[in-house]
Design a binder for this molecule. Structure first.
Ligand SMILES: NC(=O)c1ccc[n+]([C@@H]2O[C@H](COP(=O)([O-])OP(=O)(O)OC[C@H]3O[C@@H](n4cnc5c(N)ncnc54)[C@H](OP(=O)(O)O)[C@@H]3O)[C@@H](O)[C@H]2O)c1
Length: 280
């Protein structure tokens, strides 16, 4: 599916704000190189007004890319074709062109599901799950929890309650409940889909302030070292995973959408480890 003028390298990009912390260029470029593809992948900090048109230009130019915080919902109207995951979540993280049309998918859904399956071994008690956030990533996580993980009770908290209510109305599922105060909850699993922790300083909640501590914390955020939420979990003896595993799984799925083939096995994971060590 890549094209571009003869001899040039197809351009792929991650579009978001902030993107300076992103490890996506490192892992995608490693996969391009290992697979012998004439392509390169860059990070582009873009405003809400620019992201849709830039996404289309990249795709129609023979490349593609990913969309990240905070634009995953905003780019959806700019797509010509939406996969089922985009239609169901209202969020897009992967785009490319095919047959003269711009396609969008949401590989965060399978990325999260892969991590959930490796972190939760049945018959572990996972109810209720407390999901923090109501943005693009929350949409993918909630879709996976409701339709693949079979979660029976999901509590949802967001800083802006009106955004959580809008999402709740859209999803219209009786297993999903909004909570005004996360402190009053006793979750078995906490999933952080907010961007809090991205700069390595603050955690989105204080795990000790929950009514009872969870068994497991899953943080979609990642960094050079453990995220603030995973550090808290560690201090309290709670098992935790950060966003690096999901990053690799969703990236492998994006690569497969762009080229119709999975990247060489293990390349992205190894590139992630090397790039994590080099993060400032
Ligand atoms: N590891 C992975 O593969 C992976 C995949 C997807 C996403 N992510 C990460 O998930 C995070 C969210 O991405 P997104 O696309 O969902 O972004 P988004 O659509 O912009 O949503 C951001 C979310 O974070 C909340 N938030 C932001 N600042 C906050 C603060 N100071 N206090 C409390 N809540 C705050 C927002 O709440 P409001 O509604 O109140 O603004 C919203 O719920 C990012 O860090 C992203 O890197 C990781």
């Amino acid at each position: 599916m890549t094209g571009g003028p003869r001899g040039s390298r197809a351009l792929y990009a991650i579009l978001g704000d902030p993107v300076a912390h992103s490890l996506s260029p490192a892992i995608h470029n490693a996969a391009f190189s290992a697979a012998g593809r004439r392509a390169r992948y860059v990070a582009r900090r873009v405003s809400a007004d620019e992201c849709g048109e830039l996404m289309r230009a990249l795709a129609m130019g023979g490349g593609g890319g990913n969309v990240t915080v905070p634009h995953k919902e905003r780019v959806v109207p700019f797509l010509d074709r939406r996969t089922r995951a985009v239609a169901a979540t209202g969020a897009c993280n992967t785009f490319w062109a095919q047959g003269g049309e711009v396609w969008g998918d949401n590989t965060d859904v399978e990325g999260f599901m892969g991590i959930w399956q490796s972190a939760v071994s049945p018959p572990a008690d996972t109810s209720p799950v407390l999901v923090l956030g109501a943005g693009g990533a929350a949409r993918a996580v909630l879709h996976a929890l409701l339709h693949s993980a079979g979660a029976s009770v999901i509590l949802m908290w967001n800083r802006t309650a009106s955004r959580a209510h809008r999402l709740l109305d859209e999803l219209d599922d009786e297993r999903l409940r909004h909570v005004h105060d996360w402190r009053a909850t006793a979750p078995a699993v906490v999933v952080n889909t907010t961007s809090v922790g991205i700069r390595g300083r603050h955690a989105p909640i204080d795990l000790e302030a929950l009514a009872t501590p969870p068994h497991l914390v899953m943080d979609l955020v990642y960094g050079k070292s453990a995220t603030p939420l995973c550090r808290q979990a560690g201090r309290l003896g709670i098992a935790s995973v950060d966003g690096r595993g999901m990053l690799v799984l969703q990236a492998e799925a994006s690569h497969a959408r762009w080229f119709g083939q999975a990247p060489p096995r293990g390349v992205m994971g190894r590139a992630l480890e090397a790039a994590s060590r080099g993060l400032g």
